[in-house]
Design a protein around this ligand. Structure first.
Ligand code: COA
Length: 225
């Protein structure tokens, strides 16, 4: 899987919420009808709204943010189509995409996505991106905590994978800091800017999270293996 969220074809797609052709039947649960709003006081994670498009365009299309992820939409309309697509994915039970809204700001400045890799979210993959003004501020860890809690307690994920280009220092550093386990390198697995990049494969298991959730985010210790 590529490192990122975006569907290049959405740049040309009609701006409508279409039914998903051939979507597997899914068991209806509350999050498939609408994502929960999750907050800890300093950040709120919520479903993306069309009004987030200008902020997402400004935050997530800079060279430093996109260097190691799939290319994002290039226009407000492209982001609006992407946002409608995220709602479609959630309703089909295929993926959840949360917008990251820091306290005191009304629009999303980043995204966290979880994508099911098998029917029923047993194994899934996550990815994330924040606008660079928010790097190193603690916003990522605060947001990741909320999403991991959702992933392991609400969707029933057993194994959560992440892929990060090996040259992506912040991406790999963020995963390491969370206590994810680096399992190996997927050689030449990500095409970006005309070159195939190696990606590190990381994982967090439900058992890791069960051990970590009481200690990690209230203290400095990471998940211990
Ligand atoms: C990935 C991302 C969400 C992380 O958010 P962030 O605020 O930068 O993350 P943090 O600062 O909390 O953590 C990054 C860690 O990596 C470390 N780091 C930075 N550069 C590093 C490098 N070259 N090598 C190793 N570690 C590095 C940082 O020191 C930090 O650890 P620390 O807090 O213990 O010092 C953000 O950088 C981003 O949006 N990047 C662009 C999109 C992207 O690459 N997404 C990931 C795809 S897998």
């Amino acid at each position: 899987m590529e490192t990122g969220f975006y569907r290049p074809d959405l740049d040309d797609a009609a701006l409508t919420l279409l039914p998903v052709p051939g979507a597997a039947p899914v068991v209806e649960t509350e999050w498939r009808a609408a994502l929960p709003v999750m907050t800890n006081g300093s950040v709120t994670l919520r479903e993306l709204e069309l009004s987030d498009a200008p902020s997402l365009l400004a935050m997530l299309t800079t060279e430093e943010v996109t260097r190691f992820i799939s290319p994002p939409p290039t226009t407000i309309e492209g982001f609006e189509r992407f946002i409608l697509w995220t709602h479609q994915q959630r309703a089909a039970g295929k993926a959840v995409i949360f917008g990251v809204v820091p306290h005191g700001i009304s629009s999303a400045v980043g995204l966290l996505q979880i994508r099911s890799l098998e029917p029923g979210f047993g194994t899934a993959e996550w990815g994330f991106a924040l606008g660079s003004p928010f790097w190193g501020t603690g916003l990522f860890v605060e947001s990741a905590r909320l999403v991991l809690e959702f992933a392991f307690t609400t969707t029933g994920i057993h194994r959560l994978e992440a892929r990060a280009a090996v040259q992506n220092g912040r991406g790999n550093g963020a995963l390491r800091k969370l206590g994810a386990v680096r399992e190996g390198v997927l050689r030449a697995s990500f095409l970006r800017h005309g070159h195939y990049h190696d990606q590190a494969l990381w994982s967090i298991l439900d058992t890791d999270w069960a051990r970590a959730r009481t200690g990690f985010f209230g203290a400095t210790a990471a998940i211990v293996h």
